[in-house]
Design a protein around this ligand. Structure first.
Ligand SMILES: Cc1cc2nc3c(=O)[nH]c(=O)nc-3n(C[C@H](O)[C@H](O)[C@H](O)COP(=O)(O)OP(=O)(O)OC[C@H]3O[C@@H](n4cnc5c(N)ncnc54)[C@H](O)[C@@H]3O)c2cc1C
Length: 291
């Protein structure tokens, strides 16, 4: 089986070193990866080879070209059926797929992970039916997402985030506001140029002035037709980085920017029209055998 599964390297100057090996590298590879996963990766590589746009280019590119090509690569990857079924894959296949994609193009893979997968995963895991249209629009390429948690003043300490979402009972809207520069959302992958929508983490404040902690909102950032930011939003590009330049990292500052009440991702908690916070208990059963 191993003979059909793993081919010999082409002969060359490294042959004499390879012959010195004191173990069978093919057996070791099968032991480490399993035949199933080697076959899975092999099929994925064969499929990817059909798309020359995914091959790396030897030409030095401008920042704009890198980003443009990364976007094209991301949409090409998303069009490949076995990559579309990423979430249906088991854990071993998911890890194998990530290994293949990261070795192919780190920027395109990360862009796909944050602008598409992370956005969708957050909306699906924290939202309800009323948010499904965002997922549909994203899969139909009408919008592009991003994930806004980190602020200039807070990264690891997520509870310390200071962006505010104050409920206005008269208009039945949330008012998103960055109290100062340190509360600007920053480093957000995909926000610099391409994102039209963001999942935003903000401190929920009800009309009685009570702070209810960090909640998640889906927020329109740019008009998908003109790509211009909506009034009340200051959004910008963090520019060239030491690496991973296919991903356009950005920042956003909210200036009393209003979003609909329904934009709160409300699986675990909601705010009703009168401004009351409703908490929902979610019990997740991981293993039926645990009593
Ligand atoms: C390229 C890039 C892309 C990014 N993309 C996104 C994105 O899409 N969306 C987003 O929201 N964020 C994004 N981030 C932000 C990233 O998630 C944060 O950088 C990360 O959360 C760490 O925050 P920080 O940089 O403010 O570091 P800090 O939180 O200030 O931490 C600095 C150091 O102190 C240590 N430290 C912090 N707290 C403690 C503690 N209590 N005890 C011991 N040690 C501690 C940390 O381990 C770290 O070494 C991105 C960052 C980069 C660089």
């Amino acid at each position: 089986m191993s003979g059909e599964l793993i081919f010999d390297f082409p002969t060359g100057p490294l042959d004499r070193y390879r012959k010195n090996a004191t173990f069978n590298w093919k057996k070791l590879k099968i032991f480490l990866e399993t035949e199933r996963i080697i076959q899975f990766k092999d099929e994925l590589y064969k499929e990817i080879k059909k798309y020359p746009i995914l091959y790396s280019t030897p030409v030095t590119q401008t920042l704009n070209d890198i980003r443009h090509n990364t976007l094209k690569k991301m949409y090409t990857l998303l069009s490949i059926p076995s990559i579309q079924s990423f979430y249906a894959a088991d854990v071993d296949e998911s890890i194998a797929m990530a290994t293949v994609l990261y070795s192919l193009d780190t920027s395109a893979t990360i862009k796909m992970s944050v602008s598409v997968a992370l956005f969708i995963a957050t909306v699906l895991s924290m939202g309800t039916e009323r948010h499904l249209s965002y997922v549909e629009d994203l899969l139909e390429k009408k919008i592009l997402g991003c994930f806004c948690l980190t602020e200039i003043g807070h990264g690891t300490n997520a509870r310390g985030m200071r962006t505010q979402a104050t409920y206005d009972v008269n208009s039945k809207e949330f008012i998103l506001h960055s109290p100062d520069f340190e509360a600007a959302k920053c480093w957000v992958g995909g926000l610099g140029q391409g994102a039209t929508h963001a999942v935003v983490y903000a401190q929920l404040i009800t009309p009685d002035g009570v702070h209810h902690g960090l909640h998640t909102f889906v927020v329109p950032i740019r008009d998908p037709n003109s790509m211009l930011p909506f009034p009340g939003i200051i959004v910008g590009d963090m520019g060239e980085k030491a690496g991973l330049n296919g991903v356009d990292n950005g920042f956003v500052i909210f200036n009393n920017y209003r979003i609909r009440r329904e934009n709160l991702l409300n699986k675990n908690a909601d705010v009703d029209e009168s401004g009351q916070v409703l908490l929902f208990l979610t019990i997740i059963v991981f293993d039926e055998k645990i009593s």
